[in-house]
Design a protein around this ligand. Structure first.
Ligand SMILES: [Zn+2]
Length: 248
């Protein structure tokens, strides 16, 4: 079996691997929501486009109706005007003239309506074109973003596989009891089971440890836990002695 110093280094490595894996899994967990956001954006842009299309269709329907009415009234006026010459009595003539005036007025109203509808159609067509362009842009952006997400998923899954392999190797380097202790603390302490002590401060809880415990940690021959946060602690300097100065 490896020395305690080496075991502590392995625990440190396990800790880093577990934190990295946790972050990677969180990244994966966030992806469905990101995909849903992209889909919602496309859906909204498509709805805006469909709404303009529906407006244009309704405008065209109305224009056809007005055109039909206009045509019918024009025919009526023509027919009646043709008959005016055949009318014998002034009373009949007056009555027919009145009918013709009413039909002409109605024609004017429909002409106005047709003009308004044509003007609206120009505006709607411009809006339809703009929303069509916006839809294409949103679809392109969403497609690119989705491809990026696919790539991120593949990369994260590869990273998780590599972390799992490294973890399996690291786990063989510490004895089962210590590994179980590590797992147990990790579950209870927000994923962080091991903390370095720098100076006399536990980096897990940022509280000072008793001076006597500091001295014990310097020896690196027992597994100690922080009296405050109960994480496995080690003296950073004792476990990672500074590299010897480069040869002159
Ligand atoms: Zn602590």
């Amino acid at each position: 079996m490896s020395s305690l110093r080496e075991k502590l280094r392995v625990l440190e490595e396990l800790q880093q691997i577990d934190l990295d894996a946790h972050a990677a899994r969180q990244g994966l967990d966030a992806i469905p929501a990101e995909r849903a956001t992209l889909e919602a954006r496309v859906k909204a842009a498509r709805k805006a486009y469909d709404d303009q299309k529906a407006r244009l269709e309704s405008n065209e329907r109305e224009r056809r109706q007005v055109d039909t009415l206009l045509g019918m009234d024009r025919d009526k006026v023509k027919k009646w005007e043709g008959r005016l010459g055949e009318i014998k009595t002034p009373r009949e003539y007056a009555a027919m003239s009145r009918e013709i005036d009413i039909a002409k007025k109605s024609n004017e109203t429909q002409n106005e309506q047709a003009k308004l509808l044509s003007a609206a159609a120009v505006e709607i067509k411009a809006a339809l074109e703009a929303s069509g362009e916006a839809l294409a842009e949103v679809e392109d952006a969403a497609q690119a973003a989705a491809a990026k997400l696919d790539k991120a998923v593949a990369e994260t899954e590869a990273e998780l596989a590599s972390l799992a392999a490294r973890r399996a190797t690291a786990a063989t380097l510490v004895d089962a009891g210590l590994l179980a202790k590590y797992e147990n603390i990790r579950k209870r302490r927000a994923g962080v089971a091991v903390a370095a002590v720098i100076g006399s401060t536990c980096r897990g809880c940022h509280r000072n440890i008793p001076p006597q415990l500091s001295i014990v940690l310097q020896r690196v021959n027992t597994i100690e836990t922080c009296p405050n946060c109960h994480r496995i602690i080690y003296s950073h300097d004792a476990v990672n002695p500074p590299a010897p100065p480069p040869a002159a």
